[in-house]
Design a binder for this molecule. Sequence first.
Ligand SMILES: [Cu+2]
Length: 193
Amino acid sequence: MRTGRSTAARGLLAAGAAVGLAMALGAGSAASAEEGSTAAAAAANTKTISMRSTPTLRFTGSTHVKAGEPLRIRNLSDPKEKGPHTFTLVAKNVLPDSPEDRRACFTPGKICLTAAVAHKFDEEEEKVNRPHVDALLRGWDRRFSRKVETGDSWYSETKDEEITQDVRARPGQVLRYMCIIHPEMQGQIRVTD
Ligand SMILES: [Cu+2]
């Protein structure tokens, strides 16, 4: 681990902390309704996961998506209030599931720091130089883990911004995801036939 990494990540973490990272609310679960069908702009088969900040920081949206079909991520949160977000695919065993784990997420070897490095966060410029990390260049499939330092992740600091990619994970897999800026934001979506 190069020394520059942890300082860069601390800057990114500070961005989150400044807007209320401390309110770790245990809102760990992906929510409820299928949202894809309600959005006029989306194709009929596009599933959607939304980043929200009211009333709590959380992801809401689809819980299932067919392999090969599009999955849209959209940021419905005002970055001036809660800061930017990421939608980051992560392996189950690296999800920070306790308050202690979440606080330590930006330390060497932990998943938030690993993903921040993949996003090429520049502390001096306070800029994310690679907002979209598509590790295998084919859509949503690659998870960050202890061994995988480049997975799939999208960084958003603009309200109403969105990204759509096809799901390339195999049927039967569960894609777990989190926001590395607010590690309490977590969810999962099952890939189906
Ligand atoms: Cu977030």
